[in-house]
Design a protein around this ligand. Sequence first.
Ligand SMILES: NC(=O)c1ccc[n+]([C@@H]2O[C@H](COP(=O)([O-])OP(=O)(O)OC[C@H]3O[C@@H](n4cnc5c(N)ncnc54)[C@H](OP(=O)(O)O)[C@@H]3O)[C@@H](O)[C@H]2O)c1
Length: 286
Amino acid sequence: MNQTKKFILITGVSTGIGYGAVGDFLEKGYHVVGSVRSEKDQARLAKEFPQDFTCLLFDLTKSEEIEKAAQEVTTLLEGRLLTALVNNAGGTAPGPIQLLEKDEFERQIQINLFGTRNVTNAFLPHLGATSERPSGQKPGKIIMVSSISGVLNTPINGTYCVSKHAIESLGEVYRRELHMYGIDVISIQPGPIQSEIWNKNQNQMDRFMNSDYGPMIKSVEDILEEAREISQPTKVISQLIEKIIDARNPRTAYIVHSRKWIVTALAHWLPARWVDFLISRQFKQK
Ligand SMILES: NC(=O)c1ccc[n+]([C@@H]2O[C@H](COP(=O)([O-])OP(=O)(O)OC[C@H]3O[C@@H](n4cnc5c(N)ncnc54)[C@H](OP(=O)(O)O)[C@@H]3O)[C@@H](O)[C@H]2O)c1
């Protein structure tokens, strides 16, 4: 058994940030444990990454699948701990919060919030959340792939904002509760990153075009176009994850955005009424 091998668990590795991170962390010599929710993706990735890669199969909304996967990881680790759990899996259900179907809103919260909590709880023992941790074993870190939507609310993307604000809160609560085990919890708050998330949501808002929100939705198209232009490659997130893992005292949260200071000002510094005004201008409400 190789005692020096590092293990990282990344959820949602079928595409985008998670997929990029698998390749990046394999290159760095890690054993990567990834999760997908379809057997097709599992077979594809097993073929693509034949070595040092374990692909778990679970949907974030299915507790029994998560528990089964946690048992597989117990067998794989043979008493070792994960260096990090990266809670990356998630999605979005865009549309005006008034008009989204009840089920759509609830399912998104179920995936992004309840699912992330279920996964975190299931893998906490593998990060060292136990008073009987063998000496010399370093506790793992939990990294939440949140979003700038976790610190800045924007229209027509409300469900996502609510769920990512909840993720920020969840992470902070975990950090303050897990301090006794030495497990740190850090949030990554990306702006636009090149991933499949953009394609997965194409045309989802067409059904709202004839509502009162039509003009706002039209301006979303311009905003998304601009976001695509400034979007960054997934590698920037992998590099930040590595930096967080290596840091003795990482910050609690990192905004990743090519216009980081504008986002920081909007999210943290400016009065909410000013932000309301600026957003209403951007969404051409006046
Ligand atoms: N791309 C951006 O601009 C951006 C910006 C800020 C934050 N983020 C965050 O980054 C994370 C990764 O997103 P991404 O951009 O890489 O998008 P992505 O390519 O769509 O990847 C999302 C991953 O999550 C998985 N997933 C979604 N719902 C799931 C469920 N119910 N159970 C299990 N897995 C599920 C997806 O699996 P399937 O392929 O099966 O759907 C996929 O593997 C997300 O949390 C997202 O909110 C992204």
